[in-house]
Design a protein around this ligand. Sequence first.
Ligand code: F6R
Length: 364
Amino acid sequence: DKGNYAHFMLKEIFEQPIVVAQTLQSYVRPFEGQVALPDFGFDLASINRVTIVACGTSYYAGLVAKYWFEQFARVPVDIDVASEFRYREPVLEKGGLSLFISQSGETADTLAALRHAKSEGQTIAVVVNVPTSSMAREADLMLPTHAGPEIGVASTKAFTCQLAVLAALATNLARDKGRLTADEEKEIVAHLQEAPQALNDALAHDDDIAAMAHLIVPARDVLYLGRGPDYPMALEGALKLKEISYIHAEGYAAGEMKHGPIALIDDNVPVIVLAPSGPLFEKTVSNMQEVRARGGKIVLISDAHGIAEAGEGCMATIEMPQVHPLIAPLVYAVPVQLLAYHVAVLKGTDVDQPRNLAKSVTVE
Ligand code: F6R
């Protein structure tokens, strides 16, 4: 039932504050200021390498997690799309943890990769939204997202719930590796707890996004730029736009622009820049200025502070709440989802059932 929403996708985008809160509830103890994973008789402190495998949007959640695992826990992370993983004959060290991320828990390539890793003696962890799925059953450690059934083919709420679980996992790993003091853990938990309200604040800008979506509709190509953990969010923004509006879009690490894609820039190629305030803001903005100097039309997605500093001369700006860099990827998922949604609605495409796509891809 879509309730009062025109599409399942829009309903699911708006459910994010609630389902992320629900998901966090099973991974944090707010009063103790600690994260807590299900017990599974495997010592996270012994982990020296994590291998992450997933497809599509779930893969982008994994890319964000790579930044977190390495930054907080100082554990090296390998990450692959599932269709590449087995065929490159990955080196899986004894005692390693392999982590599979999947909304459905049934994606054929990801499941085959899981079985391969298992046969190589890896400990298997999964982040899945369907607790009865094949991946859930075959895992040693099942970390459920509590997004509820996701009907829209484009993944939205499952993705932000995956990020919530992965942030908790990264924090737990960091603690068990002795990389976090109790106070630092408390602080991270407090920031995670701010995510649902920040998602609400982000959703409050839906009208602004609907009002500027017409600027993107005529484009044949769109570029999304971001840095650090917001680089995977640029990839996700481009994927959402491609799959439901059929506009060709690419996500790039902001610093890679000048190594090629900047040749595409003219006033017909909108460039959407994800630049939350934080340690990477100035660098991202200087890449944005390189685009502007070549006549590029920019949509800046940032907070009030960032927009005040760099918004001048942009074709449009989308304001997000001011958040800690840790939860920025969750919050910035909202505007990229909503922008794809409103562009698709204006173009009249089938938002919930995009052409050629299936909700669960069960062939390799
Ligand atoms: C994009 C999308 C797909 C899925 C991918 C993996 O919006 O929905 O890219 O993320 O097919 O599916 P799961 O997570 O079920 O393994």
